[in-house]
Ligand binder design. Structure first.
Ligand code: FAD
Length: 700
């Protein structure tokens, strides 16, 4: 039977990550790749990461971004950009390509977009037009500098971090002359602020320090404003050195029109239209996705150099061409292949989850704008009032999910069409789903990805931790930890996931997924669908059980303060959702691949390989979910006096009501893993035969 011939190329990725019909995005990929594999790779190879300072050599990156079109990608065509509409998927693709070589270069590219994001999400039209056009490189005939921005939320200890409930930067009214615009005095000290070495403006989160300013807000600070605009000392970081990070000191006088999203004056008081927390929530909703995608690129980029290293391990010694030792090197050993497969299948699931989240954010952007428009029209203001108004739409969203899950002939199509055409129903659906996908992506991709990066480095032996390790793997390992840290470390994601994973809309979707996966399992057996369906069932059962379970003191287990329970469930869910996205992408490839001449050749082999990888990854995820479920279900029951018998199945069955149902599900999960190791063996064997290019296509 034919098996995998080459590593998956661009045509395959375009189908899996759903941009085969987007020529504009394919061009963006090419531009980013050329910057990554020339300017960025040369900087890393030449040791630019060995200094904390922002040097002229590093600044070449900015010029390369400008020249390749990446700087202007975030802007709308009328602001000087070239991509119309939502750009989350585009940003993910750029992040993927750049961090394939260097995560710092990717961050450097994204940081101005992060600075602009508060303006993009909640700014007034004037603010949007002004700052976006300043940040676009000059067009032919124009003579001006490109503006770069920095985003300042994080503050010196004890306020470091992205817990938006605490912010110590302050804003007060400096001068407010009758009939004139108020002037504000802003005090903000930042810590770990990306781009600050060269930023011309900063979007800063500040709290009110004046009884005439109603709430916190975000303000735009410019280099030329009156007062102190001190970029501060560079951070002595060991990661992402191709981005600039500083601890700025900002003490500036600015007009009130710099409040992002504007303000109204009510009873002699400035009332910002958006608090800093509202703006930051909208910003991070989107910008956390490319960070997760960055880590996925690290794992996938490790596959080729590791194979090359493993195969060549014993060449040049006694072994002769044609002998297994010469041809396969370390790949003669099962473990070498199995471990690389773990890295690869993790990387695939991470990328699939990241790009799915990116696409979802693209769908969400216009819907969110429409929701804002409708609420403005109906004068429904503030998060609470909006939530109340949206509550009935939740039921509609659930109905929509249930109708979609029915076969076309069996459902009320007119009702489904009506629900799908209602922007508030779509909003309800997409916000529930993206509130799971996005934190899961940031949490799992970066956190577990970082652990798997260690595996990739380990496969290179001592070479892995040297600077000349091909693919810069050692550096990528360390960089991954920063990706797990910034824009909210793991706990912040777990907190968000813990809130959203128990919502009714997501629960309805989960039920629909289980049915859909079972159907797929019948249609295309051997791709892990059944394993995943069963694992989802166990996870959902555990959530439901824990919602009424109590500890020996009678305290509820499913409670915001019990991070031991909710966070463990969040982690398990992230594993499962990631595999779901990978399986969706494999299914998409199997369906659409035959229509593409390049992909069609060898498609069956590729789908078999990915199917085996998905089966294996589903088994790993199911194992993880099963372990967490058992931990939580039994771990909070007082262990009866153990005389060696209490842990037998019979006795344990009595430990809580419903134990039999749990055991039945656990047994199902174990049984559903049947064949997963065989799938792993097959896919791992493919690694020994797959063709790779002679050399990496970027310098060492
Ligand atoms: C190189 C770099 C660049 C950065 N760029 C920017 C930037 O451009 N703009 C900006 O504003 N910020 C930036 N940051 C800041 C970054 O967002 C924060 O460092 C990050 O969010 C982590 O916050 P922290 O360092 O305060 O860690 P902490 O929040 O103190 O976290 C420390 C540990 O405690 C855990 N923890 C925190 N809170 C809880 C809780 N409630 N319950 C349980 N555990 C908890 C965390 O998960 C973590 O493991 C950057 C940071 C770095 C290192």
């Amino acid at each position: 039977m034919e098996r995998l011939r080459t590593l998956p190329g661009d045509d395959v990725r375009q189908i899996m990550w759903r941009f085969a019909d987007r020529y504009d995005l394919q061009m963006v990929v090419q531009s980013s790749r050329s910057v990554a594999r020339t300017t960025a790779a040369r900087l890393v190879a030449d040791g630019a990461r060995n200094t904390h300072e922002w040097t002229p050599e590093k600044a070449e990156l900015l010029k390369a971004f400008d020249a390749s079109g990446l700087t202007g990608m975030f802007m709308e065509p009328e602001q000087g950009g070239f991509l119309a509409g939502p750009k989350n998927l585009a940003m993910c693709l750029v992040a993927f390509e750049l961090s394939w070589v260097d995560g710092g270069a990717a961050t450097c590219n994204l940081a101005t977009d992060l600075a602009l994001a508060p303006i993009h999400e909640r700014g007034t039209q004037e603010q949007k037009d002004y700052y976006m056009s300043k940040c676009v490189p000059p067009q032919p005939g124009e003579d001006r500098e490109v503006w770069r921005g920095a985003f300042a939320l994080t503050e010196p200890l004890p306020y470091v971090g992205v817990d938006t409930g605490v912010v110590s930067g302050k804003v007060r009214i400096d001068e407010w002359k009758e009939g004139e615009e108020p002037m504000l005095q802003v005090e903000k000290r930042g810590r770990f602020i990306t781009n600050m070495a060269f930023a011309n403006f900063v979007t800063a989160a500040v709290n009110t320090d004046d009884e005439r300013i109603k709430s916190s807000c975000m303000v735009i600070l410019e280099e030329g404003d009156e007062g102190t605009y001190d970029p501060g000392a560079p951070t002595l970081k060991m990661v992402h050195q191709l981005s600039a990070t500083n601890d700025p000191v900002l003490s500036l006088k600015v007009p009130a029109s710099r409040i992002i999203g504007g303000y109204t004056v009510q009873d002699g008081m400035i009332v910002p239209n958006y608090s800093h927390g509202e703006i930051i929530a909208a910003v991070f909703q989107r910008t956390r996705i490319p960070v997760g995608v960055m880590t996925s690129a690290k794992l996938l980029s490790a596959v080729e150099p590791v194979i090359r290293y493993q195969r060549g391990r014993f060449r040049g010694g006694e072994s002769k061409p044609g002998t297994p030792r010469y041809e396969l090197g370390l790949q003669q050993n099962e473990d070498a292949n199995h471990r690389l497969l773990d890295v690869w299948s993790t990387g695939e699931s991470m990328a699939s989850l990241g790009f799915a989240a990116g696409r979802m954010a693209d769908d969400f952007d216009p819907i969110e704008k429409e929701k804002e428009r409708i609420f403005a029209e109906q004068e429904i203001k503030g998060p609470r009032a909006q939530m109340k108004a949206l509550k009935p739409k939740e039921q509609d969203a659930i109905e929509m999910i249930q109708l979609r899950a029915k076969p076309e002939g069996d459902r009320d199509q007119a009702r489904l069409d009506a629900l799908e055409a209602d922007p508030l129903v779509q909003y309800s659906y997409l916000s529930a789903m993206s509130n799971v996908y996005i934190p899961a992506c940031k949490l799992w991709n970066t956190g577990y990805g970082c652990q798997m990066m260690r595996e990739a480095v380990a496969m290179m032996g001592g070479y892995g931790i040297t600077e000349d390790c091909p693919g810069f793997l050692g550096q990528k390992w360390m960089d991954a930890q920063l990706e797990a840290t910034y824009e909210g470390p793991e706990v912040v994601q777990r907190r968000q996931l813990a809130l959203s994973m128990t919502g009714p809309v997501f629960a309805a979707q989960l039920t629909a997924w289980i049915d859909e996966l079972r159907l797929h399992a019948q249609e295309t057996p051997g791709r892990g669908h059944c394993t995943l369906a069963t694992a989802f069932e166990l996870w959902a059962w555990t959530v439901e059980h824990l919602q009424s379970a109590k500890d020996p003191e009678g305290k509820p287990l499913m409670h915001g303060r019990r991070q031991g329970v909710t966070f463990a469930l969040a982690d398990a869910l992230a594993w499962l959702v990631a595999v779901k996205c990978f399986m969706d992408d494999v299914d998409e490839l199997a369906e659409k691949g035959p229509m593409n001449a390049v992909v069609a050749e060898g498609l069956d082999a590729l789908v078999d390989f990915f199917g085996d990888m998905a089966t294996w990854q589903a088994a790993r995820a199911a194992g993880e979910a099963g372990r967490v479920a058992a931990d939580l279900v039994f771990g909070y029951i007082l262990h009866p006096d153990c005389a060696g018998e209490c842990c037998s199945a019979d006795a344990a069955g009595n430990l809580f009501e419903g134990a039999e149902a749990f055991y039945a599900l656990r047994r199902k999960v174990d049984a559903a893993v049947a064949g997963a190791r065989l799938a792993k063996d097959r896919a791992a064997a493919d690694l020994t035969k797959v063709m790779i290019p002679e050399a990496l296509d970027y310098p060492l």
